[in-house]
Design a protein around this ligand. Structure first.
Ligand code: M6R
Length: 614
């Protein structure tokens, strides 16, 4: 987590950095800070809380300078206060440094540096880096870049760092390992550095994604130089950004989350555009095509992911096993990486991640690779670490997702997994041509059906108003609607702080039923399909215990309507595609409940969008 941004060039750095920090605030909002070089002075401004607090603190001060670094923090080591905020600086005030990641051996380094006379003001792991670099400059009498290189050879953990030095007023030195760093190339040796491309896109479309264990020096006179920490020069690989600036604005919506929920007809369509043609009867995931036979022959497909992306994988398991009859396992990346799993060359490990930067998911892939498995990725962020370390993959094309609660990324992930399941099933011959064609047509119709559900937002908002003060909630579903129930519960928890649980509907009677009373809202996905009658029985069980029933049903349903306190209708579709539709009202319910409760929808407490630490 944490967002870092830096600028060097002819313009004033402060406004560029503040704007960049606002774009990166989704990565952490415990504190924010900036350091600028101005006529030989190194000035640092830091403040607990959001970037707006820093801006307020800085207002009225004459902040100038053409070189600067900025940081927005998601606290790991040390409280979220002014002192622990970045940038951190050397004892003599010559160096300032920002960091995203965790220095695992900071304790040993800290003790060593203390014994050499360094004093520490913060509780962070980061502060060791700035003192270590400073110590190397002084004892080894080397240039800044050499000192950074030597320091990083002594460090274990994850880092994306940028260093500003009074003695090197024409350059910034940056480096990365397991935390992302993008360099935007402007005109005449002007450079923008950031954790992702969102602070950069406004100024330039030309970017270089720094690789692990690479150091970048950006210099007002000498331009860009990249070297490895083992001191080999690298040729920068310049790529063209495709991101659009409008995608980073709220576009008239009150919150990014609402905008992103309403974008789903478009994002789902963008996800299958050029990959599916119902009329001609084909589906093709370009990036994964050449691995399809391998997937069909594989022992099993192991999906690794976290949070919402893990829920998407669960939907994928129902789809791929059900349609293509290929053995699928879904693992929490954080568990997989530490439980010594059995993996070999006949396994295919597929990471699913919106950001493509989630530390546990990345580590799970690295483990699988080291055991000889083929590793594939399904990511939203173009150029992200997962997309770069995998053998092949597919992008979800949902566009930037800024709200911390994932919405359009989830439906895009499920869309890709549906395309994959259909493609594999068709190739393997496990579904009939008729089913294949009907499902393609149904999938093509999903964006319009999502639009229709969004039209019932006002009704959904009224239901949310009724349950805004609930302390607990239960979400039930069967088959592929079970992961939808999990996702619905996660959405409510993370943005409204109401305790919520998702369960397979039939499991309710094995324990959670004890929780049901007249205070308990129970959200049930009860759409037409193979388990419909069974779910109706579960609904009866809730009703018998006076639970409040909010049911998502297929348009025209009458049976559940008679039992439920509220129904939300969704258009009829193939049973396999229900997750793409049933998710939408659950997202809206969570959103409105959160707004009614006065919570911070886009930046819920304690969370960060991109979890680049374990
Ligand atoms: O970027 P990723 O998809 O790898 O992120 C995984 C989770 O951190 C993420 O889905 C998280 O659970 C969201 N806050 C859910 O809304």
């Amino acid at each position: 987590m944490c967002g870092i941004v830096a600028y060097i060039g002819k313009r004033e750095a402060y406004p560029i950095i503040i704007k960049g920090l606002k774009r990166l605030e989704y990565r952490g909002y415990d504190s924010a800070g900036i350091a600028l070089l101005d006529k030989g002075d190194l000035n640092i401004y830091k403040k607990q809380g959001k970037v707006a607090n820093l801006e307020e603190f800085a207002s009225g001060k004459n902040i100038t300078g053409n070189i600067g670094i900025g940081h927005t923090r998601w606290a790991t080591h040390g409280l979220p206060n002014d002192i622990n905020s970045h940038p951190h600086y050397s004892n003599d005030g010559e160096l300032a440094l920002i960091h995203n990641g965790i220095i695992e051996n900071y304790d040993i380094l800290r003790e060593e540096l203390k014994s050499r006379g360094y004093s520490f003001v913060s509780e962070t792991d980061t502060e060791v880096l700035v003192h270590l670099i400073d110590d190397i400059i002084k004892t080894e009498k080397v240039e800044l870049v050499e000192a950074v290189r030597h320091a990083l050879l002594n460090v274990t953990g994850a880092y994306a760092i940028v260093i500003l030095s009074k003695n090197n007023p024409n350059q910034l030195v940056a480096a990365r390992k397991s935390s992302p760093l993008v360099i935007g190339i402007g005109e005449e040796n002007e450079f923008f550095l950031a954790s992702d491309a969102t602070p950069i896109v406004e100024y330039t479309k030309q970017v270089v994604y720094l690789n692990d264990e690479e150091i970048a020096v950006v210099d007002l006179n000498d331009g860009l130089r990249i070297l490895s920490i083992t001191n080999q020069d690298k040729t920068p690989y310049i790529q063209q950004l495709e991101m659009k600036l409008e995608a980073l604005e709220k576009g008239g919506f009150e919150h990014f989350m609402l905008k992103e929920i309403f974008e789903q007809p478009r994002s789902i369509h963008d996800c299958f555009r050029g990959r599916l043609n119902a009329e001609k009867g084909w589906v093709a995931l370009g990036g994964l095509k050449e691995y399809e036979q391998k997937m069909i022959n594989a022992n099993r497909l192991i999906f690794v992911a976290c949070g919402t992306s893990w829920h998407a994988c669960q939907v994928g398991e129902y789809l791929i096993e059900g349609l293509a009859r290929i053995n699928v396992e879904v693992e929490y990346a954080s568990e997989f990486r530490y439980r010594n799993p059995i993996i070999n060359e006949n396994d295919i490990v597929i990471a699913v991640s919106q950001s493509g930067e989630t530390a546990d998911t990345l580590a799970a892939l690295e483990l699988a690779k080291s055991k000889g498995a083929t590793i594939l990725g399904i990511c939203n962020v173009v150029g992200s670490s997962i997309s770069r370390i995998t053998d092949a993959g597919s992008y979800t094309h949902a566009g930037p997702e800024i709200g911390v609660a994932s919405t359009k990324a989830f439906t895009a992930q499920v869309t890709i997994l549906t395309l994959l399941a259909l493609s594999l099933a068709n190739k393997k011959g496990t579904i009939s041509e008729t089913t294949f064609h009907t499902m393609l047509a149904d999938l093509e119709a999903v964006p319009d059906k999502v639009k229709k559900i969004l039209d019932s937002d006002a009704k959904i908002k009224e239901i949310a108003r009724i349950y805004q003060n609930a302390s607990n909630a239960l979400y039930l579903g069967r088959n592929s609607s079970f992961p939808v129930a999990l996702e619905g519960a996660l959405k409510l928890k993370e943005i409204s702080y109401i305790h919520a649980e998702g369960y397979p509907a039939a499991e309710m009677k094995h324990g959670p039923i004890a929780l049901i009373d007249e205070e308990m809202p129970v959200f049930v996905i009860a759409t037409k399909g193979t388990s419909y009658e069974k779910v109706v029985s579960n609904i009866q069980e809730v009703k018998a215990r006076k639970g409040k029933l909010i049911c998502i049903v297929t348009e025209g349903d009458t049976q559940v309507k008679d039992l439920a306190d509220h129904i939300i209708e969704i258009p009829d579709t193939d049973e396999n595609l229900v997750p793409l539709l049933a998710t939408i009202p659950l997202q809206l319910l969570s959103y409105h409940i959160s707004v009614f409760r006065g919570c911070n929808v886009d930046q819920p407490r304690n969370l960060a969008k991109s979890v680049t630490v374990e």
